[in-house]
Design a protein around this ligand. Structure first.
Ligand SMILES: [Zn+2]
Length: 256
């Protein structure tokens, strides 16, 4: 039995038994850690309000060595990121970032750069940057850090140098594929402008990426490309994207 501590963000949770909670954290020092917070759903629990999604805190946990689930001992709030939860678009994009880490990272695989990226993304969402832009900048870096960086400088099949017309991104193949080497199922169409901007975003600093002026059409295309890439890597549509789609459903017409 070992006691550990690390800075951590709550990336998921669900009810367990009568009064416990199963909580997923992304920690700076241990990567993804899943644990049981005993009696967390009781009104006078010491965890009250601390285990809300996106909350940044100091986590203390016991590793019993007998289960992949740890025992959550303490979680002291450093920053709750309340404003991320108070706005539908911010909430949906924030949920997408934590879902990426919950689904695409392995348990106990420490990656301090991913932890730093998550906290920067939550800060940017809270600070009022366009939520979709935060998601794009997070997505470009997260896919890279998780080891799935797609090749965009040439066709991964024939080696033809990019840019070329009718480019598609084939996530499983690991990058761009040119028209003559396609067509292929599940590939994501990509304009020359989007390929160029993805390349630029990789080279820019975090702040520069958040502020890079882009046309609304290109902004929207990049959002779709990153959403599509992550969906392919996960093998299914993330719950957060279903939620975002619902928030955009047109309101029913008002009868006059
Ligand atoms: Zn080709």
């Amino acid at each position: 039995m070992a006691l550990h501590r690390s800075r951590a963000v709550v990336i998921g949770r669900k009810a367990l038994g009568e009064s416990d909670r199963l909580v997923e954290f992304y920690t700076r020092d241990f990567g993804k850690v899943r644990g049981v917070a005993k009696s967390a759903r009781r009104p006078r629990s010491r965890f009250v309000a601390a285990l809300e999604p996106f909350t940044l805190g100091d986590l203390v946990f016991f590793d019993t060595g007998r289960s992949e689930l740890v025992r959550v001992d303490h979680f002291d709030i450093l920053h709750p990121f309340v404003r991320v939860r108070e706005h539908l678009e911010r909430l949906g994009r924030g949920a997408w970032t934590v879902e990426c880490l919950a689904r695409l990272s392995a348990d106990r695989d420490p990656h301090p750069a991913l932890f730093g990226l998550l906290v920067r993304s939550l800060r940017a969402l809270e600070g009022g940057t366009s939520p979709a832009r935060v998601a794009v900048c997070f997505g470009v870096r997260a896919v890279d850090l998780l080891g799935h960086r797609p090749r965009i400088d040439r066709c991964v099949e024939c080696g033809r140098a990019s840019p070329f017309p009718d480019a598609v991104l084939d996530v499983e193949a690991g990058g761009l594929v040119c028209g003559p080497c396609g067509p292929r199922a599940h590939a994501i169409p990509l304009s020359g402008g989007a390929v160029g901007t993805l390349g630029r975003l990789r080279g820019l600093s975090w702040e520069e990426g958040l502020r890079l002026p882009l046309s609304p059409a290109l902004d929207e295309e990049l959002t779709g490309v990153l959403e599509g890439t992550v969906t392919r890597l996960m093998g299914q549509v993330p719950r957060s994207l279903r939620f975002l789609a619902q928030t955009r459903r047109p309101l029913p017409p008002v009868l006059s």
